[in-house]
Write a protein that binds this ligand. Structure first.
Ligand SMILES: Nc1nc2c(c(=O)[nH]1)N[C@H]1C(S)=C(S)[C@@H](COP(=O)(O)O)O[C@H]1N2
Ligand SMILES: [Mo]
Length: 158
């Protein structure tokens, strides 16, 4: 594990079981205006944070699905992120700017599982930004659809 500091940070601010460093490979790099940048997190790091589940449909799947993950708001607060924009990058080099206000206004999650199964790389995984579009009609809009970054690999706060 190259960056040990995020683990210490999460232990300080989140009351969960201690993490085992190096248990799984990095899946998410977070850079930019943080207390301690960059931070590289594994799935184990994310799973050790408070869990949020969200039931919603999506524009690319049929019917309702139950997503499991971490609130973007919690993740960014834990890292003491300060900024107006989060630039999200995916494994397929898709890039989109997301206003920080989205995470204050809505319970947006970084999902690592759908319907109880891990999201795999061949199908939107390992991480997918998921909006609670079922609960907010204003989110049922193309402006938000393109912020549902699948195969998420990086966040840059500025
Ligand atoms: N990684 C990644 N995420 C992405 C995209 C993409 O090309 N790559 N397309 C975005 C856009 S433009 C939309 S409308 C939604 C749905 O895209 P899809 O139909 O290509 O799955 O996902 C968003 N997330
Ligand atoms: Mo799109």
């Amino acid at each position: 594990m190259r960056f040990a500091s995020p683990i210490a940070l999460f232990c300080l601010s989140v009351s969960t079981a201690p993490l085992v460093a190096g248990e799984s490979p990095p899946v998410l790099r977070i850079s930019g205006q943080l207390a301690n940048a960059p931070v590289t997190l594994s799935l184990a790091d994310l799973k050790a944070m408070p869990v949020t589940t969200l039931e919603t449909d999506t524009v690319v799947t049929d019917g309702m699905h139950r997503f499991t993950g971490v609130l973007m708001r919690d993740l960014l607060e834990n890292l003491e992120a300060e900024g107006d924009i989060v630039t999200a990058t995916a494994l397929n080099d898709y890039i989109v700017d997301i206003p920080m206000t989205d995470f204050e206004d809505f319970d947006v999650i970084v999902a690592y599982a759908m319907d109880g199964a891990a999201l795999d790389r061949a199908d939107k995984g390992p991480l997918w930004i998921v909006y609670p579009r079922e609960n907010h009609t204003e989110l049922q809009d193309i402006r938000y659809d393109y912020r549902w970054v699948w195969q998420l690999s990086q966040l840059d706060v500025r």
